[in-house]
Ligand binder design. Structure first.
Ligand SMILES: O=C(O)CCC(=O)C(=O)O
Ligand SMILES: [Fe+2]
Length: 358
């Protein structure tokens, strides 16, 4: 039997202050141990219908004519459409780019995108903006819980760093489309991946995946839907991360998968874990796969100075095999941290002449 990731499921809705502290501690322990946490989705933070609507719009966008998408091609501001195999998340190990298309939404102003959008989704601009806001608000809540759980002084430290009124940030809402394997030239499912091994760049990521939909072509259980995500365990083994872990099967929607990104790991001196993950093909054939990621980043000018928490200060990073390269102390701003990572995964979008002198 295939082993699956033992990621805790946490309901972040608290009854009172004492309950909030308990949840905050649980969240911090899970972020230290696993770096991935299932957030039970009861629809309180992000309505179930809003998630469904976002998936419907995403399908509409990726079904748009190619030239409509090309007009929105991704720019160095990290906004727009990334074509099939344009991004390579694991350049040192992949022979070809990721078998996916992606569309990145940056900040909206007064519910209006500050970037070109394909005509198919323009009428839905305000719904997309609203969904992005709901994701952002959930991240603010999680930031508050992490501040409480880590006993940061003040506990609002992370939340303040992520407030939109404090300036622009690299935060991105990203829709992802992975075509069926049969329609790609991925010849070797062992070598070719839907998304190469990587850890995320920001402070945290929310990931939405589709429940397993009954479909005549979906084949046996486990195919179709949003499966295919795997994490690399501390034992250096790839294990699947099911869409609906035990205990959540009858929830109105699968849990939202939260993971800690490199920036927050760096900021906490490696205490919070940024776990490497990838998306693999389900085998031969397989269904198209859609997912939605919300990459949350602090305000760009935030200096990533040590977090004022005794727990963070007293943490001694493990050296050797498990060392997190981003736990090395160098003061960067949130934006410098992001630019460093984007350059590595878009091989053609950024070229050497654009690399600023250091
Ligand atoms: O599509 C997924 O399930 C994960 C995507 C992902 O890891 C990413 O875009 O960073
Ligand atoms: Fe990721």
């Amino acid at each position: 039997m295939t082993q699956v990731a033992k990621i805790p499921v946490i309901d972040i809705a608290s009854e009172n202050e004492q309950d909030q502290v308990r949840i905050a501690k649980e969240l911090v322990e899970a972020a230290i141990e696993h770096g991935f946490i299932y957030i039970k989705n009861t629809g309180k933070d992000i309505p179930i219908e809003a998630v469904e609507e976002a998936f419907d719009l995403s399908k509409k966008l990726f079904d748009s004519p190619l030239d409509e998408k090309q007009k929105c091609t991704i720019q160095q501001n990290n906004r727009g459409w990334s074509a099939m195999q344009y991004e390579t998340l694991d350049p040192s190990n992949q022979r070809v780019g990721d078998y996916k298309e992606a569309f990145n939404f940056g900040e909206f102003q007064n519910s209006q995108a500050q970037q070109p959008l394909p005509a198919s989704i323009t009428p839905h601009e305000s719904e997309i903006s609203h969904f992005r806001d709901q994701c952002h608000n959930l991240c603010l809540k999680i930031n508050t819980l992490l501040g409480i759980g880590l006993e940061v002084d003040p506990p609002s430290f992370f939340t303040t760093a992520h407030l939109r009124e404090n300036g622009p940030s690299g935060t991105i809402l990203r829709w992802l489309y992975y075509p069926p394997q049969s329609s790609t030239d991925a010849s070797d499912a062992e070598k070719d991946v839907r998304a190469g091994a990587h850890s995320d760049y920001g402070s945290m990521t929310l990931l939405f995946r589709r429940p397993l939909l009954p479909s005549p072509s979906a084949g046996s259980a486990g195919k179709g839907g949003g499966d295919g995500l795997e994490i690399l365990t501390k034992q250096n083994e790839w294990v699947p991360v099911p869409v609906s872990p035990p205990g959540t099967e009858s929830d109105p929607s699968p849990p939202i998968l939260l993971n800690i990104g490199d920036l927050l790991s760096y900021w906490t001196n490696g205490l919070l874990r940024s776990t490497v993950h990838r998306v693999v093909f389900p085998g031969t054939g397989g269904e198209a796969r859609y997912s939605i990621a919300f990459f949350c980043h602090p305000v760009s000018s935030t200096p990533l100075l040590p977090v004022p928490s005794e727990r963070v200060k007293s943490f001694v990073p493990i050296t050797g095999g498990e060392k997190n390269p981003y736990a090395e102390r160098k003061v960067l701003t949130a934006d410098e941290h992001l630019q460093m990572r984007l350059r590595a995964s878009y091989l053609t979008l950024y070229n050497d002449k654009d690399i600023p002198e250091s």
